[in-house]
Design a protein around this ligand. Sequence first.
Ligand SMILES: [Zn+2]
Length: 303
Amino acid sequence: MRTDSGYRARDPDLTVVRGEGARHRGVHPARLARLAQGVGEAFVELLAVLAPVECVCCGSEDTALCGACARRLRLLCTRPFRAEGQAPALLTVDGAVILPVVAGGHYRDELAQALLSFKHLGQGRLASVLAPALGKAIRAAVGDGVGICLVPVPSSNAAYRRRGFSPVHLLLGRLWRIDALPGLHMTDALKKAPGRGNGQKGLGRGERARRVRGSMTVRLFRKGSLEGRACVIVDDVLTTGATLAEAARAVSAAGGVVCGAVVLAATRPPAGSEPPVGGPDTPPTPTQTKNKLRKDELPVAMN
Ligand SMILES: [Zn+2]
């Protein structure tokens, strides 16, 4: 019989912690949480070993993501960029930015295929390429900032039940274990509010916003931990921005100071308006200052 405690132990929404900074480093519960996360990921990798594997992008055999496709994926994520301009829920009717967002890459080609497969299957090989891309976007967003609190967006309850893991938590957990984000904190503060519909697929902008509003809340035992802290929301994919706006609303309501958000991939803007992304012909710019989130870009009209 599956006990509640067993369920909780495997729930990455509940186990990715270490949100209180260096003074908690090495504390027993944090170690346990990391162990649980590691075991979950190892299980997912074991499944990948047992099942026949082929590249999720090109179909070549023996690996979930072949070297050539992994290389192309990395190229798609060489230049994190500001993406809120293509997310209607993050702009006012006048076009003013409600919540600035930095995206690792455009949701297309190898990035889209790998991310989609990862969300369904969670292969470790995909995580090993996707996690650094997310880390790069986070670093581009916060620059040398320290003490900033990363707050992952929770999976919908239905998605979590279907997959058994939360993609963004898995990626952040991986970055955390290899200490790829020194100076930053992570607080798994958000959860889905009970009794709310979660599905957004196929809904228009207005319906999405209505469905999402009030759908997240800060975990009771995390409430004090966000008070007055600079926070950056982290999610996997940006579409309309309704989910990020709701996460920012919930964090703000708990006293957190939301500086912006980071996503691994942003869906494409309308045809013809898409700027070039990093590739062999577009080397990374020497400075990413313009991609950073500034503290004076605090969200307004978030209610
Ligand atoms: Zn391939």
